[in-house]
Design a protein around this ligand. Structure first.
Ligand SMILES: NC(=O)c1ccc[n+]([C@@H]2O[C@H](COP(=O)([O-])OP(=O)(O)OC[C@H]3O[C@@H](n4cnc5c(N)ncnc54)[C@H](OP(=O)(O)O)[C@@H]3O)[C@@H](O)[C@H]2O)c1
Length: 309
């Protein structure tokens, strides 16, 4: 997989007031395929399945499914209507098996390349969930298994059941929680670390100013890090990113992505966007090598105000 994939979540759900135009979203995925993106990330939870259907349509129309890694997820349930951002967890083996079939159907595929457990269900031993997922590999429905937001102790438990091909967790200049343990664990165990929200849900791009308002439909309205006070306090982080970007003649988004990619050869980023301009900018970040001085400045940005969730 290339270092920069496309996170498809925001094409159906999450950061916008109105539903995204389906034809435009499909066109963006097609443009990404034409531009060489070989890794697309979705989930059965995004837009209640509609994001998988969108990706499936774009893949079918592209005729290039064979050279693309399709990643989707299982294990979050609910998230409908007015409670669209409130999810439960379901890691029961019977749910995993049924949900996989439903995802395959929505994607229009025979095989999912990378199937993640979206979150561990505290009511179900993770080995049981993982074993059901391993059964999907044995059945030829899935090629590789991944897990999102797992800790090292959990990774150690599941790797005894079946190999972990990828861990997908939040990693960016303002979210470094997994840098000290899970990122090195992945390297030592031959797994990719797939960084989600590598642009800090848009914040690190410098486009979210003091006083920004998020409508109720925008997921960020529910996140402490996007409260009015936090947005104001966290501008210090963006200022530091912008300073490096200006010096290099790049955009803050590119610097934020290059910092993520600098964390290891096995670290990949899946930024999301609805716009071709941003897509191309983000892909070009793969060529940006930050100097020791750039990295030192970026490593030193202050910790953010406000929790992730
Ligand atoms: N495993 C999990 O639990 C989990 C959780 C969250 C996300 N994810 C995955 O990670 C993917 C990416 O994360 P994310 O979408 O949350 O956040 P992100 O990639 O950090 O940020 C997306 C936001 O940044 C904006 N943006 C993108 N490129 C930009 C650029 N070059 N300049 C300025 N603004 C730019 C987008 O705006 P526009 O949309 O207006 O273009 C969008 O608002 C998701 O699509 C999803 O696949 C996984």
């Amino acid at each position: 997989m290339g270092p920069v994939g496309l996170g498809c979540m925001g094409l159906s759900w999450a950061y916008h007031d109105a539903a995204v135009n389906e034809a435009e979203a499909e066109a963006l995925i097609r443009t990404a395929i034409d531009a060489g993106v070989d890794h697309f990330d979705t989930s059965d939870a995004y837009g209640h399945g509609s994001n998988e259907m969108l990706l499936g349509r774009a893949l079918a129309a592209s005729g290039r499914r064979d050279r693309i890694v399709v990643a989707t997820k299982v294990g979050l349930v609910g998230g409908e209507g007015a409670t669209q951002y409130k999810y439960g967890r379901d890691g029961r083996p019977e749910h995993i098996r049924a949900a996989c079939d439903a995802s395959l159907q929505r994607l229009g595929l025979d095989t999912i390349d990378l199937y993640y457990l979206h979150r561990i269900d505290p009511e179900v031993p993770v080995e049981d969930t993982w074993s059901a997922m391993a059964g999907l590999v044995a059945a030829g429905k899935v090629r590789w298994l991944g897990i999102s937001e797992a800790k090292v102790a959990e990774l150690e438990r599941i790797r005894r059941v079946h190999a972990v091909a990828a861990v997908q967790s939040e990693l960016s200049l303002w979210t470094r929680d997994y840098l000290g343990d899970v990122v090195p664990w992945c390297e030592a165990n031959g797994a990719s670390f797939v960084a989600f929200s590598p642009l800090g849900r848009g914040f690190l791009t410098g486009t979210i100013q003091v006083g920004a308002q998020f409508s109720e439909a925008d997921f960020r309205s529910t996140l402490p890090r996007f409260s009015a006070e936090a947005v104001a306090a966290n501008q210090k982080i963006v200022d530091a990113v912008r300073a490096v970007a200006e010096r290099l003649g790049r955009t803050p988004a590119q610097v934020a992505l290059a910092w993520v990619l600098s964390r290891g050869e096995h670290v990949l980023a899946i930024p999301g966007t609805q716009r071709e301009k941003y897509l191309r900018q983000n892909l070009a970040a793969a060529d940006l090598v930050l100097s020791p001085q750039d990295l030192e400045e970026l490593d030193a940005v202050p910790a953010p105000v406000g929790g992730r969730y």
